[in-house]
Ligand binder design. Structure first.
Ligand code: ADP
Length: 683
């Protein structure tokens, strides 16, 4: 028997490795099995070039657990190792690999992903002792047994083994006994080894017989050695893709489309990506793209490897060219990774464009499900935006879909304002903003639906992209002012009349909310009273709510506009009623007011060119007194007008109707409205 010390300077590196990879102990199984797969594939290669002339036979790799002996054994029939090879690969290379790893990461325990880089030695994370019993495929090679208990000391001796290949026997340590549970090993095999290219057997298949589960004697193969992404697209049909998706995500809904990726230059990458139906945020977090390296599962967190919006996709990416044992920030700056990222983006955009071009009907049908993904991509990825511009759709409230270009053509003539700005009218809720949408449509405008989660961002983004274009929500102003085509006409309502009417309406406005009362001539067929909120104010408030930022806009009261349609017959009748009911009272107030105003004018004329210090105190006092009296008169008038508004049911009714059509009339106010309506209808 030969004894030796492995050539590393670090006294005992295993405790350090254990600490580094604490959360990732389970990867030992992947590492050991990957090595067995490599050894088997090497043998197949040698056979194919004629260097190995023997029988390949059954190449299945066997994994077994002996709970009593507390061992896990992985056996392969690959190339095996001679004593010299053990010395070279395990004693020198593998150990130095482990040492290098520790050296590299000793100051950044959190920065590592913990995938690969450790290989064989990761088995010491879960073992007190590891035995390797191996026999090289070479003619005349004898079998050897290597043993190591984790200190850099090993023993090597001859061993009885007839067959070529390697058994790795892990003597599981007390703190890792969870790995002696069959179910745990089964879970790990499913996670890491499901698509390895050499069959892996774990125990035997069981079946139900006479109400009992019995062994069938047939090896239980846990993997699919030819997963879908390794096959040629020409050999696959829709069902194959659907089945594979189902294997990956058993409970997810059927996906919308798939993309088969296959690149071999300038980097190697294969994979199949699916566009999922995203129903909720929960779905987004649950199912993820899986990253493989030569069919070995690596991770399902692909952030940094594909652009963020592509992480919404499902499926598999397999590439030996992605460096795996480096930190995320390094990954993002890696040239290869960048190329992979932009290639995948391009492929995804191309695929969408193909479907759009070849089967627009299908594309439109799936648009609502695709929209979140595509808008996310357009907002966050410039390259994707450039491609998506051609197939991104706008959905009109009429139910039709338009590309950006088609839509511009559609609205160019009717929705360009006097400053040559193209106005995109949109709604965020077709039900709640129904009356505004109708008003816009009656005016010959089109309204698009922007009710998606990302639409506020998307709108901002589009405004920065499209020249001379603006998005305006359909309820942000009265229809005539949504798209201003010419300078405004003077209102026929005199200023005096407007001010009186404003007080009448203010008498009945809800107290909880501030309204600016204004007047427009919207025509007899428009609503008598309309409530609007300025696009600017609403966006500022929406944005600050989204950013959870206590900005000045967020703290501002929600100010709305109450627009009174002065040309509506009902409003005219309010004016008439006010004038006939209040004429005597208003005239009285006017009589009181006239002399005061006249005196103010006289005083102002007298004091016009004087500086403040030249004005006599008596004049100053009189001026102040007049102001006070005028204020009193004015508030007397205001309160008369407000009282009139309160008493005259029609005014309250008009305001309530406007509130009602915005879904803003609730509770007691609503029930009062119903009662009042019945009274008004009564014959
Ligand atoms: P890596 O697999 O990254 O090269 P490892 O530390 O996992 O590093 O393994 C070191 C070397 O030991 C391998 O390159 C291989 O030559 C040899 N080896 C490991 N396991 C086996 C096996 N089951 N059969 C044959 N050779 C093996």
């Amino acid at each position: 028997m030969q004894k030796g010390k492995i050539g590393v300077t670090t006294e005992n590196i295993f405790p350090i490795i254990k600490k580094f990879l604490y959360s990732d102990h389970e990867i030992f199984l992947r590492e050991i099995i990957s090595n067995a797969v490599d050894a088997t594939q090497k043998l197949k290669t040698l056979a194919s070039v004629g260097e190995f002339k023997g029988e390949l036979g059954d190449l299945t790799i066997k994994v077994s657990v002996d709970k009593k002996a507390k061992t896990i054994t992985v056996s392969d029939r690959g190339i095996g190792m001679t004593a010299e090879e053990i010395d070279k690969y395990l004693n020198q290379i593998a150990f130095s690999g482990a040492e290098e790893f520790v050296e590299k990461y000793k100051n950044q325990a959190n920065g590592i992903i913990g995938h690969f880089g450790l290989g064989f030695y990761s088995s010491f994370m879960v073992s007190d002792k590891v035995e390797v019993i191996t026999r090289s495929f070479r003619d005349g090679a004898s079998a050897v047994k290597w043993e190591c208990d984790g200190n850099p000391e090993f023993s090597l001796e001859d061993a009885p083994r007839q067959d070529r290949g390697t058994d790795i026997v892990l003597h599981v340590s007390a703190d890792s006994e969870e790995f002696l549970e069959e179910s745990r090993i089964e879970t790990l095999l499913t996670k890491y080894c499901k698509f390895l290219p050499i069959p892996i057997a774990f125990g035997t298949e069981k079946e139900w017989k006479d109400g009992k589960e019995v062994e069938t004697g047939k090896a239980n193969i846990i993997n699919d050695t030819n997963p879908l992404w390794t096959r040629k697209p020409a050999d696959l049909n829709d069902e194959d893709y659907a089945k594979f998706y189902h294997d990956l995500y058993p409970v997810a809904e059927e996906p919308l489309f798939n993309i088969h990726l296959n690149v071999d230059y300038p980097f190697n990458l294969t994979g199949v990506l699916y566009f999922p139906r995203i129903k909720s945020n929960f779905d987004i977090q649950k199912n993820k793209i899986q990253l493989y390296c030569n069919q070995v599962y690596v991770t399902d967190s692909v952030e940094g490897i594909v652009p963020e919006f592509l992480t919404l996709l499902h499926g598999v990416i397999d590439s030996p060219d992605i460096p795996l044992n480096v930190s995320r920030s390094y990954l993002q700056s890696d040239g290869n990774v960048k190329k992979i990222s932009s290639h995948v983006t391009k492929k995804v955009a191309d695929r969408l464009n193909d479907i759009f071009k070849n089967d627009r009907a299908q594309f439109e049908k799936k648009w609502d499900d695709l929209k979140l993904f595509i808008t996310f991509g357009m907002i966050t990825d410039e390259k994707f935006y450039e491609r998506a511009e051609k197939f991104a759709l706008l959905k009109s409230t009429s139910g039709k879909y338009f590309t950006l270009e088609e839509y511009q053509t559609l609205i160019k003539d009717s929705q360009t304002d006097k400053n040559k700005t193209l106005i995109y009218l949109y709604t965020t809720n077709q039900e709640e903003q129904y009356s505004y949408i109708e008003a816009a449509k009656n005016k010959g405008y089109d309204v698009i639906l922007m009710d998606g989660q990302l639409d506020p961002h998307f709108i901002n983004h589009m405004e920065s992209k499209l020249k001379d274009s603006r998005f305006v929500r359909v309820d942000s102003d009265v229809v005539d002012k949504l798209i201003v085509k010419e300078d405004r006409k003077e209102l026929s309502l005199a200023a005096e009349e407007q001010s009186q009417l404003r007080s009448v309406f203010e008498g009945v406005l809800p107290e909880k909310q501030h309204y600016w009362v204004s007047f427009e001539e919207l025509g007899e067929n428009a609503q008598p009273v309309v409530i609007t909120q300025s696009e600017f104010m609403r966006r500022m408030k929406d944005m600050s709510a989204m950013n959870q930022m206590a900005s000045i806009y967020g703290n501002m009261p929600n100010s709305l506009n109450l627009v009174v349609n002065a040309s509506h017959p009902l409003v005219k009748s309010v004016i008439e009623q006010k004038n006939s009911t209040l004429s005597a009272q208003l005239a009285g107030i006017s009589n009181e007011e006239q002399p005061l105003k006249k005196r103010v004018e006289e005083l102002d004329a007298k004091l016009k060119d004087k500086k403040d210090e030249e004005v006599a105190q008596a004049d100053k006092d009189e001026r102040a007194d007049l102001e006070k009296k005028l204020d009193e008169v004015d508030s007397k008038r205001t309160s008369i007008l407000k009282d009139f508004g309160k008493d005259y049911k029609l005014v309250k009714q008009l305001v309530d109707l406007a509130l009602l059509s915005n879904n803003m009339l609730k509770g007691e106010d609503l029930s009062q409205f119903v009662k009042r309506s019945v009274e008004l209808i009564k014959p």
